[in-house]
Design a protein around this ligand. Sequence first.
Ligand code: HEC
Length: 288
Amino acid sequence: MKKIITTIMLSVLLGSTTVLAAQQSSVVQADIDDFQGYYKQKFPKLELDDFSKGSYAIDNDNMLQFKAIMEMPPFEDYLDKGEALWNTPFKNGKTYSSCFSGADETIRTQFPRWNATKGKVDTLEQAIIECRIQNKERKIKTGKAELAWISAYLTKIAEGQTINVIVPEGDAKALAAYEDGKKFFYAKRGQLNLSCADCHVDNAGKRIRGNRLSPALGHITHFPVWRGSWAKKNRGDGFGTIQLRYGGCNKQVRAKPFKRHKSEYNNLEFFHTIMSNGMKISGIEYRR
Ligand code: HEC
């Protein structure tokens, strides 16, 4: 009986915090509407979820190539490795799942999220790393390999879940982290003096050195992504996390990449993900 009462009290408590956390900052909601409205106007034929296909959504030939590759995807083995790692207990008998709440399928879209206790943004990859530390497992690489495979497995099983990252209304610190990420996105940097927005907002859809620039809307629906060019570099393993990609895009403008899982990229990931609120996780995808 006591246990039942505790359970009821807990669910009442949890229920009420969920309701509180669900209130999106009105400043942020206005940004989302502007951001998504811009792309809808620029690409009127595309539905919101079409943007998850990046430049393929606006280039028929590339879309055909993409579809052909996705019929025999090159990433299945590594996804299986991610699943096996996720389900293999640590030396102490606990599992990754024990570090997270809710069903495994819901973990991907719980992140990135504002951690009010620590006053910072938590990302999924960082949470996986911390889970290993808590359970006294050895350190693993960031950006790719095991971390990317595990995270990719969580993206795969989250296919169809809706992205809805919240900056709680009235939380000044959370808003400051969001604004910091937004500033990063619009700041010009590197020898080429270009911002993320210069390429992925203003010039989305245009060609640059043989690549067609993807819209930033929908960027994060399919990360970790599998890239053919990463597979070539990493002996067949093409998986990389969103923060590995940030580093690559910083290098393209000859700026020094920031360290992964520090405030710069975490806040950028917060802002960048929020701009795609309302979109669905599209699962694992191939990129060139
Ligand atoms: C000089 C132009 C340029 C700048 C500046 C730039 N990128 Fe990119 N980015 C590219 C190109 C080219 C690609 C590969 C083609 C594509 O998917 O757009 C790419 C790909 C990406 C992808 C992968 C998309 C996918 O679906 O796999 C993400 C995410 C991304 N960029 C984010 C950013 C962010 C965030 C910034 C700012 C830190 C940034 N980029 C700055 C040119 C740029």
